[in-house]
Design a protein around this ligand. Structure first.
Ligand SMILES: NC(=O)c1ccc[n+]([C@@H]2O[C@H](COP(=O)([O-])OP(=O)(O)OC[C@H]3O[C@@H](n4cnc5c(N)ncnc54)[C@H](O)[C@@H]3O)[C@@H](O)[C@H]2O)c1
Length: 280
């Protein structure tokens, strides 16, 4: 119960890693704002938490909107009287990502030529792909961090809380160019640099900022991997020394650690729950 009497905000809380973070924080005593553009998913997360005896409220969020991020942070303070932690898990792997595995499989088949001749993808690249992915993954993470940091500073100045914690969800793609598509890897490396910069800028205000760089985790985003033909699947899985995907709960455990007092001297750090991917 490391978060008793505290309140946390999680973006992307309607599915996958974000949902697991919501459930974990609630199980450790936090009241949780579950924010997502998928309101049905957010409602389902809230129902799961409430059924287990926890406190949570859903919030409709377009991660790219400053107004929505501000309303999300304010909802936390209005509902629970404080805002201690935020996890920024809202994200997409590409501009048209919806989380539907069949659509992802179709997209991969359409793009199979780029596998053989990656230079063609560079020549064909639609710059709007970059804009959308960076807008959601990078700017969305910043807007959530900014809106929540403002409430943390108010809480600290009012003596309601001793500090605050921000956890961004980057990726192994923050450091490895082959761990995702072009715009995705760029957006995630920028999330990692933003995390380090914010850690330095917010340290004296009493706010710690850390990142998690998950490996391949079993969520909607990676369902398509199971549809790979064996000649692609086998070398793909061979990149992971543990030989399997991680679970969203593995990432939630890392997020809970980073927000807890157990990590009170950690800021500007990235943790890689990745089954050993980065041991190469
Ligand atoms: N699954 C993995 O292997 C993996 C690995 C590394 C990093 N990540 C990152 O973890 C985060 C969560 O992904 P996931 O794997 O749980 O996938 P997911 O699809 O299950 O969850 C992503 C969530 O983000 C929400 N979202 C997307 N765009 C949004 C927007 N504009 N506004 C508000 N909400 C939005 C979706 O509705 C969804 O609920 C992402 O940032 C992803 O890049 C995932």
């Amino acid at each position: 119960m490391r978060f008793e009497d505290m309140a946390a905000v999680v973006t992307g809380g309607g599915n996958g890693i974000g949902r697991a973070c919501c459930v974990r924080f609630a199980s450790e005593g936090a009241a949780v704002v579950v924010a997502d553009r998928d309101v049905t998913g957010a409602d389902a997360t809230v129902a799961q938490i409430v059924a287990a005896g926890g406190r949570a409220v859903a919030c409709s969020l377009d991660a790219t909107s400053r107004i929505d991020n501000d309303a999300m942070a304010q909802l936390c303070v209005d509902t629970y009287g404080r805002l201690d932690h935020v996890v920024t898990a809202a994200g997409v792997s590409h501009a048209k990502y919806t989380g539907d595995a069949e659509e992802e499989a179709k997209r991969l088949i359409e793009r199979v030529g780029y596998r053989e001749q990656p230079h063609l993808e560079v020549l064909d690249y639609d710059v709007d792909e970059f804009r959308t992915v960076v807008d959601i993954n990078l700017i969305g993470s910043f807007l959530a961090a900014q809106a929540c940091a403002a409430r943390m500073v108010e809480g600290i100045e009012a003596g309601k809380q001793s500090g605050g914690s921000i956890v961004t969800i980057a990726s192994i793609a923050a450091k490895h160019p082959d761990a995702g598509p072009l715009a995705y890897v760029c957006s995630k490396s920028a999330v990692w640099m933003m995390t380090k910069k914010l850690a330095r800028m917010l340290a004296k205000a009493g706010i710690r900022v850390n990142a998690i760089g998950p490996g391949f985790i079993d969520t909607n985003m990676t369902q398509v991997i199971e549809m790979f033909p064996p000649e692609i699947l086998e070398p793909f899985m061979a990149q992971i020394p543990m030989g399997r995907k991680g679970q969203p709960e593995d990432i939630a455990a890392a997020a809970a650690f980073l927000c807890s007092n157990d990590a009170s001297y950690m800021t500007g750090e990235i943790l890689h729950p990745d089954g050993g991917y980065f041991t190469e």
